[in-house]
Design a protein around this ligand. Structure first.
Ligand SMILES: Nc1ncnc2c1ncn2[C@@H]1O[C@H](COP(=O)(O)OP(=O)(O)OP(=O)(O)O)[C@@H](O)[C@H]1O
Length: 489
């Protein structure tokens, strides 16, 4: 008998087992294998159910509440240099946007600022924040966060390594409480449309201005995002530098370099007047710096930044009368006197409306008048209209701020008026670009220095010729520079 036929014979034998009689052996083998497979499947399904349950319980972990964030979570313990050894960072990959976000208790940092606001909804975050927010406590331990590094040229040296962003610093509420003496009233620098600004000092000695945004306005939160995104990487000598920000729970704060000599509004109309009047030279320096900052925002960076709120109070001044433009990137309603017609008509804001506002600012600096002053006679309330009327009636020299001593030269005044009139042209496309304006003003600054250096020499003089122009309205005038004339002093 061959082995195959003997195996067949064996398999065909009838066997009785567990009360089942007369089943062939091969049927028994199939039954056993089948039962075995069913058991494996049962075990597998039990294991999967168990896994799901344990995931569900871990989903109470608040990071899962962040909208649009996938469950691709990688836990990463912070390194040796981390001054917060307890910190547990969690990297979340948002598959819908491809962005990565790092988060841990009370702090959130993002590889893309778009994700900043998402973090505000994290309950855990808010609990962590309230546990060391302001009034009650946790304050004393803040000092240990710092390496206490030496004060150097960089305002960020000596601050915690872990909070470095691509462009600045990521502060905790405690850091800023410490810097401002818990936001003491005595440190209030002023209050703007979106919150209070405090003067502060970081533990490495850097003086800062902390803008604490009102947290009960959705708009303020929006502004925070807009501002952080717009200005984080932007650097120019005439722009106030954003050193970092704080976002904890409901708190939103921006931390700027401190600019120590007030703002242009205070110098022209307010508290800084007690220190004396700004000279023409200082005014032109401030205005020219502002123009350079705007030219940079409009034309040198991509994407360009439209300021949208050029006004004297946003031109901060340092102790050498350098202008430091602040609040760029802030989206907010413009004040009455600075609103360009195309904004009023269409709601659109672009660099041309910044240029209009800049023209008003320049007029303000020349005349020392507010853009809109209801305390004046009706035909003088609106600065731009009044100026056009004065130039149109050949009274340009009367517009100079009476407090200015010495008065500007004819040529300097005329050039400044020329620039401002071109900026406030009712037709937006006729307004010069900011870089052109900056160049015109730079040459004015240059002329001023030249005049001062050598008073006896002949200097170029520009003559403003006022010609009636329909496009400037009934009282409008367009200004032209004619050929230089000799002047004798
Ligand atoms: N970086 C800074 N350094 C010094 N002072 C500052 C700084 N930033 C703002 N300030 C001052 O804080 C005050 C409030 O400023 P903020 O920008 O909030 O309001 P504003 O410009 O007066 O008004 P708005 O926000 O409506 O334009 C102003 O007096 C301003 O000069």
């Amino acid at each position: 008998m061959s082995p195959e036929s003997s195996l067949n014979a064996e398999m065909s034998k009838k066997i009785s087992f567990f009360g089942l009689k007369g089943l062939k052996l091969w049927v028994w083998v199939c039954l056993v294998v089948g039962v075995f497979i069913v058991m494996i499947l049962c075990i597998l399904s039990l294991w999967i159910t168990f896994r799901r349950k344990s995931r569900r319980s871990s989903s109470k972990f608040p990071f899962n509440q962040i909208p649009h964030v996938s469950k691709d979570i990688r836990v990463d313990r912070a390194g040796v240099q981390n001054p917060h050894p307890e910190s547990l960072y969690i990297e979340m990959n948002d598959k819908s946007t491809g962005k990565t976000m790092m988060s841990h208790l009370g702090r959130t940092k993002s590889s893309d600022n778009d994700t900043l606001s998402q973090c505000s909804s994290v309950n855990h975050h808010e609990r962590a924040c309230s546990s060391h927010s302001g009034e009650e406590g946790g304050f004393g331990s803040a000092g240990r966060l710092y390496g206490g590094g030496p004060v150097t040229a960089s305002p960020l040296v000596g601050l915690p390594e872990i909070s470095h962003l691509g462009w600045g610093h990521w502060f905790t509420l405690r850091d800023l409480e410490l810097a401002t003496n818990r936001f003491a009233a005595v440190n209030v620098l002023g209050e703007g449309g979106y919150g209070v600004v405090y003067r502060g000092k970081l533990v490495n000695g850097t003086e800062v201005a902390v803008k604490k945004l009102l947290n009960n306005l959705g708009q303020a939160e929006k502004e925070f995002r807009v501002e952080v995104e717009a200005i984080g990487h932007v650097r120019h000598k005439n722009l106030v530098r954003l050193l970092g920000y704080c976002i904890e729970g409901v708190h939103r704060m921006l931390v700027y370099e401190y600019v120590n000599s007030g703002n242009l509004e205070q110098w022209l109309h307010g508290a800084m007047r007690q220190h004396g009047n700004l000279t023409w030279e200082a005014r032109i320096k401030i205005i020219t710096g502002t123009a350079q900052a705007l030219a940079y925002l409009h034309e040198a960076i991509e994407p360009k930044v439209v300021h949208r709120d050029i006004r004297a109070s946003n031109i901060l001044i340092d102790d050498e009368f350098n202008a430091k433009l602040s609040d760029f990137g802030v989206s907010q309603a413009l004040g009455l006197g600075y609103v360009a017609p195309e904004y009023a008509n269409t709601g659109l804001l672009n660099e041309k409306s910044d240029i209009y506002s800049f023209g008003v600012l320049l007029l303000e600096a020349v005349t020392g008048r507010d853009p809109v002053d209801y305390g004046r006679p009706a035909n003088e309330v609106n600065l731009v209209e009044w100026l056009k009327m004065m130039v149109g009636t050949r009274r340009a020299e009367e517009v100079v701020d009476p407090k200015l001593e010495p008065r500007p030269s004819k040529s300097a005044l005329k050039r400044a008026l020329l620039v401002s009139l071109r900026c406030v042209d009712p037709e937006a496309e006729k307004r010069p670009r900011m870089s052109q304006i900056a160049r015109m003003l730079e040459s004015d600054e240059h002329t001023f220095h030249k005049e001062r250096r050598n008073r006896k020499s002949r200097t170029a003089s520009m003559e403003i010729v006022e010609t009636k122009d329909e496009s400037l309205g009934p009282s409008g005038a367009e200004t032209h520079i004619t050929k230089p004339e000799k002047t004798h002093e």
